[in-house]
Design a protein around this ligand. Structure first.
Ligand code: SF4
Length: 369
């Protein structure tokens, strides 16, 4: 992926579409005037920058899915901002014909929080990787989730540091042999879904680069959600960690190694041959073909249940269980910026407009000679 050629845009910035009048206030911020009505297509969201990922990288499929999705979301380019940190996935904003910031390692959530606080009407997307989000930016990720800043967080998980040429990352499996762990990594990996649930995220989902139809549906849901919507995307790094998720994406193994969570539907997989039931608090895979169990024994998934989301997320640790994809958890909760602006309004009504000069020169101030 590394490429020494200079980008033609100023450092830190992606495409710069023309400014236009922005809608007043931020009610209905996720439903700006329809891009589709103006006849926008995928091409309108594709920048003129050369895409510089390695041929065959899973990032291409994710980029194409997002570019295709944009016109369907009814957004206007001048109201959309993609913010990234550092890493292969973080080149994403260059390739979107929207506003974009290629920011600091792990700090995309801080920029997004500041932007949404001051310009809540903008449609903000964070693009990050497993190292950027969970190691360097782990602190920032958990706080944007608990604050529930209204944005979409696309966490490209390839279980490796790709840009720096293949060191183990916070999601690499135990015993992973890499350049920085020649005898095997010693720490358990993070499961990003569990991390997000633990950080009180209001929307948590998982999808994969190779399942673009599912990915588009999940991203649409994330975009509709009012709050921080985190989507973990399994992304193949064919150079440094090829095939990390093949058991969940390839035809031969996908049916019995994956389960697709659907709200209100029984947890059935493997073409209806198997299901997941609860034995106390423990999920168990059952065979529906032998006559001992039926679909009525399966868990009916409820995406508003934090308990079920926790159980489904921890299936990650059990190789006898299928790996869940889809929306784990979705909760209606007021966004951070909505609370912030309500508080500002309230305080202004009580005390009137503030004066920055007075604020800076009141109380414990002193001069240094
Ligand atoms: Fe190349 Fe891997 Fe980076 Fe993709 S994630 S651009 S395959 S190094």
């Amino acid at each position: 992926m590394p490429d020494a050629r200079k980008p033609t845009l100023p450092p830190g910035f992606a495409a710069k579409p023309k400014r236009s009048r922005l809608p007043r206030g931020f009610k209905g911020a996720k439903r700006p005037p329809s891009g589709e009505r103006r006849g926008l297509t995928r091409k309108d969201f594709t920048s003129d920058q050369d895409v510089r990922w390695c041929p065959g990288c899973g990032d291409y499929a994710i980029l194409a899915t997002v570019q295709r999705l944009m016109p369907q979301l009814g957004v206007q380019r001048e109201n959309v901002v993609f913010i990234s940190g550092i890493g292969c996935s973080s080149r994403f904003p260059y390739y979107m014909e929207t506003y974009g910031v290629h920011s600091i390692h792990g700090r995309a959530p801080t920029l997004a929080t500041g932007l949404k606080a001051s310009r809540p009407e903008l449609d903000v997307w964070i693009v990050t990787g497993d190292g950027d989000a969970l190691s360097i930016g782990g602190n920032h990720l958990i706080h944007i989730l608990r604050r529930n800043v209204n944005c979409q967080i696309l966490l490209f998980n390839n279980q490796i540091y790709g840009l720096t040429k293949g060191q183990f990352s916070p999601t690499s499996e135990l015993g992973k042999i890499t350049k920085s762990s020649p005898y095997g990594s010693l720490a358990l990996p993070f499961n990003p879904v569990s991390v997000a649930l633990g950080a009180t995220a209001s929307f948590v989902a998982r999808s994969a680069d190779r399942d673009t139809r599912h990915l588009a549906a999940i991203l649409k849901r994330a975009h509709k959600h009012n709050g921080a919507a985190m989507v973990e995307i399994y992304q193949n790094c064919n150079i440094y960690n090829d095939g990390a998720f093949f058991e969940f994406t390839e035809k031969a193994t996908k049916p019995h190694r994956t389960i697709f969570l659907e709200h209100g539907k029984p947890m059935v997989y493997d073409g209806g041959r198997r299901a997941v039931r609860l034995d106390g608090f423990r999920p168990e895979s059952i065979d529906l073909t032998g006559g001992a169990w039926s679909v009525s024994d399966a868990i009916v998934y409820d995406e508003t249940s934090l308990e079920l989301a926790g159980i489904a997320s921890r299936m990650f640790w059990n190789d006898e269980m299928p790996r869940p994809f889809g929306v784990f958890y979705c909760e209606r909760r007021e966004s951070y910026e909505s609370r912030l602006h309500a508080q500002l309004h309230h305080v202004t009504e009580l005390h009137g407009e503030g004066d920055l000069d007075v604020l800076l020169n009141t109380g414990d101030t002193w001069e240094i000679n």
